[in-house]
Design a protein around this ligand. Structure first.
Ligand code: TXA
Ligand code: MG
Length: 313
């Protein structure tokens, strides 16, 4: 298994050798390597068992750093960064050739974000390259929100996990691209869509697809190994009464079966924080199937429901 600790200089050394580390952010933990090194980036794809048509997000600690790797940031992009960075927002920007093809799967845009986590920012300050970091889970599985989650799944493939505690947001960043002066949302995430639209005006939310050519939008994702059904919990319990059921509810408590609640006091923000950890716990428990319900679509509710939908597809 990997060592878990807070040694920034050790992380720097590992990364300079083109090796990978577990990397904490406010959204989920990443599997990080030097984004400018084809060797390191290849290891990311191999370790995650991720198809190379699915591009990676790069992480830096300032807008000035992003400017080094992209040809331009549209005004709307600056506005979003000024308002939300560091934070759970990723921008798709025209890349310079410094960014290897492998990082973007050959696309002309590269995804960049500034994570809002003190130890992640501290590490980024110590290195002179951006970190490519997809979520630190095997491709298609639930994203990790603690160092222990990373260790369980990828601990045999990496030597060190930088410990940043439990992720404060709990779901991945919102991905925004720009076309013809309009903002397009490629993935709902840790920032409320209404807050983004307050700055950009109406956005175009892209639908996910099972066609790999539309990068970033694979339909089936975030999935537990067990079958998960999302809908009206009482009806589903009736339908699957011959199975050992695990229930992932929003606020209601179910006493007669295994049950985890996303937020006792009906907070969509808290539901996002607990979503992946609870899904993981149920997946590791002795229930046979998981039954869940959609939550109210306020705040991060839309993004939580997007993950539930994809987990059940
Ligand atoms: O919150 C996050 O964004 C986390 C943390 C670790 O930063 N990262 C993350 O990475 O969720 P990953 O690889 O699990 O998801 C990144 C998504 C993928 O669906 C990928 O296809 C999309 O971003 N993406 C990356 N670069 C892209 C590009 N140039 N164009 C379109 N989509 C892109
Ligand atoms: Mg992921």
């Amino acid at each position: 298994m990997a060592e878990i600790g807070v040694d920034i200089l050790k992380c720097k050394r590992i990364l300079e050798y083109n090796q990978l580390i577990g990397f904490p952010t406010e959204t989920v933990y990443g599997l990080a390597g030097n984004a400018l090194s084809v060797e390191a980036v290849s290891k990311i794809f191999e370790t995650k068992n991720r198809p190379t048509f699915d591009p990676l997000i790069c992480h830096t600690n300032s807008i000035a750093q992003i400017e080094k790797y992209v040809t331009e940031i549209p005004t709307m992009g600056y506005d979003l960064l000024t308002k939300f960075a560091p934070g759970p927002i990723t921008l798709l920007l025209k890349r310079k050739n410094l960014i290897p093809d492998l990082v973007t799967s050959g696309l002309e845009h590269v995804a960049f974000r500034i994570p809002n986590h003190p130890i992640a920012l501290e590490l980024l300050k110590h290195i002179d390259f951006p970190l490519a970091a997809p979520s630190a889970n095997p491709f298609g599985y639930i994203s990790p929100t603690s160092a222990a989650h990373v260790n369980t799944q990828l601990g045999n493939f990496i030597s060190y996990i930088l410990n940043g505690g439990k992720c404060s947001v709990g779901i991945e960043s919102t991905i925004v691209g720009f076309e013809n002066n309009k903002a397009h949302i490629y993935r709902l995430g840790g920032i409320d869509l209404a807050a983004i639209e307050h700055i950009t005006g109406r956005t175009i939310v892209q639908q996910s697809t099972s066609k790999p050519s539309a990068a970033g939008m694979l339909e089936s994702h975030y999935a537990p190994r067990k079958k998960i059904y999302v809908g009206h919990i009482d009806n589903l319990i009736e339908k699957y009464k011959n199975h050992k059921i695990g229930v992932l509810s929003f606020s209601k408590k179910y006493n007669f079966c295994q049950n985890l609640q996303l937020s006792e006091n009906k907070s969509e923000t808290e539901a996002a924080q607990n979503l992946f950890g609870h899904l993981r716990s149920l997946d590791e428990s002795d229930c046979e199937i998981i039954i869940a319900e959609y939550i109210t679509e306020k705040g991060l509710g839309k993004a939580v429901n997007d993950r539930l939908k994809r987990a059940s597809t």
